[in-house]
Each structure stands twice: as C-alpha cells, then as structure tokens.
Design a protein around this ligand. Structure first.
Ligand code: AMP
Length: 114
C-alpha cells in the first residue's frame, strides 16, 4: 500500500487548509495555487492513480466528482466556470501518487492545456 502526504492529510496526521470533508472525501487548498481558487479533492481511500481505480471504486469516483462540484459552488467559482483536472502518472503531470482532482477557478483558462 502506498502512503503519501495526501494520505496523511486524509487521516488528519498533518495539517491542511481543509474546505470540505465527509466520510469518503477530503478537500483542501493547494499549497502552490495556480489560480485564485485552487482546491484539491481526494478520496480518503489511497488509490495511487486513476489507472489503479477498480470497478468497485465507481461510487467513490462519483462522490469525488460531486464533492468537486460542491466545493466549487461553495468557493463561488461555479457560475463563472472552473476547471477540474486529474493528472495520471508522471507523463500526465502527477507528482503525488494519491488520486486527486484539482479544482481551479477565478481566472480564464485556455485550451489546449500546457
Ligand atoms: P499533481 O501534480 O497532480 O500530483 O498535483 C499535486 C499538487 O499537490 C500540486 O499542485 C502541489 O502544489 C500540491 N501539494 C503538494 N503538497 C501539498 C500539501 N501538503 N498541501 C496542499 N497541496 C499540496
């Protein structure tokens, strides 16, 4: 089993600027924000990457997306629009190997992403 800094945050072992938590999901502010609002939404379950998710994780992944929408609304970025990003593996830009969604908002975004 992998342990990461996000696993420690999920278990309350190290501090984070939490904005939401429930039984399955924790959301907190990114330490190095790339937009005026930059939140990370993680499952408590330590799934390393999206590629490691299993069919039995389907409900949890749905909860993660719904939590992302909830924290975006609470942060006031839903109406103007925001970006939800999930980096998978090193080539996809993933650095912390505990599955997480970035929720970014408060500025315009371009496509394609860098
Ligand atoms: P990724 O590149 O998708 O793995 O994203 C990892 C993100 O975690 C980066 O945006 C980091 O700034 C952020 N990060 C790393 N450590 C912490 C931490 N202790 N608290 C909050 N955000 C963190």
């Amino acid at each position: 089993m992998t342990d990461t800094i996000f696993g420690k945050i999920a278990r309350g072992e190290i501090p984070a600027d939490l904005v939401y938590e429930d039984e399955d999901v924790v959301a907190f502010r990114d330490l190095s924000p790339q937009a005026p609002v930059h939140l990370l939404v993680i499952p408590r379950k330590p799934i390393p990457t999206l590629d490691d998710a299993q069919p039995e994780d389907a409900q949890l992944l749905g909860r993660l997306l719904l939590a992302a929408a909830k924290v975006a609304r609470a942060a006031g970025i839903a109406e103007s629009g925001y970006r939800a990003v999930l980096n998978c593996n090193a080539g996809g830009g993933q650095v912390v190997f505990h599955l997480h969604l970035h929720v970014l908002g408060g500025r315009p975004f371009t496509w394609p992403p860098g």
